[in-house]
Design a protein around this ligand. Sequence first.
Ligand code: ADP
Length: 250
Amino acid sequence: MNGNNAIHIKDLTKYYRGNQEPAVDKVSMDVSDGQIFGLLGPNGAGKTTMIRILCGLLAPTGGTVTVGGYALDKDIHKIRRIIGVVPQEIALYPTLTADENLVVYGGICGLKKYELKEGINRWLSVFGLEKSRHQQVGRFSGGMKRRLNLIAGLLHNPQILFLDEPTVGVDVQSKNVIIENLMEINKFGTTIVYTSHYLEEAENLCSHLAIIDQGRIIARGTMNDIRKAHNTEARLEDIFLELTGKDLRD
Ligand code: ADP
């Protein structure tokens, strides 16, 4: 391990082919073991690009990254074993049942049969999907799909869990179950890196935050650090607007 850094990023840069401007522009930051780290920013800020790079799904243009002490450019196979990834797009097979989907994911992670069975039973119950386990996922509500998507990323008990906008498009009940359980999972030692544009949610969930805009970090630290650097009375939403401006980003 690299000290107590779950993630160490130095001068990370990403240019997509054909783009003049970088999507991620010389970002340096650390995430310590045990944190719930929120990467916040408006649309197009570079959040998904960063998460995809950290998970080894996208090659950076420059910079160095270590995840769990392993260098991204040398030890991606070791990194894959210790991370869980919950992408923004629902990555489930609609014609398979919830159970069958998780068996497929568990198989990819190389879980033993009994570990898989135990994990599936446990997480389906935790996320309130036990009764729907034999239903085809195509018939699930948006919130149920998101919860199952999350379980798929958790089945192998990852040391570090990446989530890209895990609560987008779900009802309040599902959102609460997701947030409460992320806190619980973190208590048992999993480091969580999460992107969101729901500021209030991030404020409640995250121990540490970075606000990113146009590929650059423009504020970071605990909520208190960020407040101290700005108007201590302001809501995160107001600080965010002050930092990122009011231009529409769609
Ligand atoms: P966020 O997740 O914060 O909304 P993204 O990481 O998706 O931001 O996008 C950052 C920037 O990179 C945006 O300007 C976006 O248009 C651009 N971008 C994202 N994906 C691609 C791609 N596959 N090809 C070209 N440009 C991309």
